[in-house]
Design a protein around this ligand. Structure first.
Ligand SMILES: C[S@@+](CC[C@H](N)C(=O)[O-])C[C@H]1O[C@@H](n2cnc3c(N)ncnc32)[C@H](O)[C@@H]1O
Length: 314
């Protein structure tokens, strides 16, 4: 296996909350290069199975290479995780024992200048994680009004200067359409009142555009609305998010499931009343981990409505 520079985010915690065991089936909905997946397969040896999804062809190829030693125990599929129910249906699997989502962009995607995710590398204004998506960052910046662009920067990037940047984008595209990340960085830098700031001036706008291009919140919302039936009783769902809007969606769904719905008893147990965050040591080794939040739930056994391990806390 190609050695990753960092170990996968919150790895120990993921394994603990997924409670990996042999003879069970796990789904990694955002398999990336297969870092978490490899650990899940190792932990669930010798018979645990893992279905890994990613909608990026290149990620699937990396995962295939990295997980090859596990043979048929690992099945990798290029697909949006929001379509998990139809993926399982095609595999004739009714429900699984654990699902992991590690949301957002991977280091490999970020560092590949040709994908357009990074403000530090000049490349095409693309930002699609899946090449099957039709709208690129360039399309959004070319077609949307200043008000719509500003809304994206504000909502998904909490960018204070959203209006100024959006207006500058529209002025710039009246001259010629923007094609590269470098051109966008220039526009952003020029619309900032001063260069003094803790982070690169393009950080928030780039994050916001990426979230919009990939419809990241809609995918998560869709998945959360439909995933409950895909877990066996005792099965666990673990989600790592990096954005406050994502974390809020996960928190609200999990709380609702743990409370029960309209007269029915709760059917999920909240394993993480508060989000689990990386240790300061992990953040020091991997700065990308600094905004990670992990939340986990366990589906309650239908018959007993109790936890399979008797309710002890992790
Ligand atoms: C942070 S990386 C995951 C890294 C992985 N956990 C590992 O250990 O290598 C996120 C991955 O999720 C994928 N992804 C993001 N949204 C997705 C979606 N809606 N459907 C499928 N894959 C998605 C990205 O393409 C990326 O490869």
């Amino acid at each position: 296996m190609e050695e990753a520079r960092h170990s996968p985010i919150l790895l120990r915690e993921v394994l603990e909350y997924l409670d990996c065991q042999p003879d069970r089936i796990y789904v990694d909905g955002t398999v990336g290069s297969g870092g978490h997946a490899r650990a899940i397969l190792t932990r669930s040896s010798p018979t645990g199975k893992l279905i890994g999804l990613d909608w990026d062809e290149e990620a699937i190829q990396r995962a295939q290479k990295n997980l090859a030693p596990f043979g048929k125990r690992a099945e990798l599929i290029k697909r949006n995780y929001k379509d998990l129910s139809s993926v399982l249906e095609n595999l004739a699997i009714g429900a699984v024992d654990g699902i992991l989502l590690d949301l957002g962009v991977s280091t490999e995607q970020l560092e590949d200048g040709t994908r357009g995710f990074s403000f530090l590398r000049d490349g095409p204004l693309d930002m699609r994680m899946s090449r099957e998506l039709r709208i690129t960052a360039r399309d959004l910046l070319q077609r949307l009004s200043a008000v719509e662009i500003s809304r994206i920067f504000r909502l998904y990037g909490e960018e204070r200067w959203a209006n100024r940047i959006a207006k500058a984008v529209v002025r710039r595209r009246q001259i010629t359409p923007m094609r590269t990340t470098g051109e966008l960085v220039d526009v952003i830098k020029k619309s900032f009142p001063s260069r003094s700031g803790r982070i690169h001036p393009a950080t928030r706008a780039f994050q916001a555009l990426r979230i919009a291009v990939n419809e990241e919140l809609q995918n998560l919302q869709n998945f959360l609305d439909r995933c409950k039936d895909l877990l066996n009783p005792g099965g666990r769902l673990v989600i790592i998010s990096f954005h406050s809007l994502e974390d809020r969606a996960v928190k609200n769904h999990f709380r609702q499931w743990a409370k029960g719905e309209e007269g029915t008893p709760p059917f999920f147990y909240l394993l993480t009343p508060k989000p689990v965050v990386p240790s300061s040591e992990e953040v020091l080794n991997n700065p990308k981990a600094r905004s990670a939040k992990l939340r986990a739930v366990e589906k309650i056994f239908e018959k007993t409505k109790g936890r399979k391990d008797g309710g002890s806390d992790l």
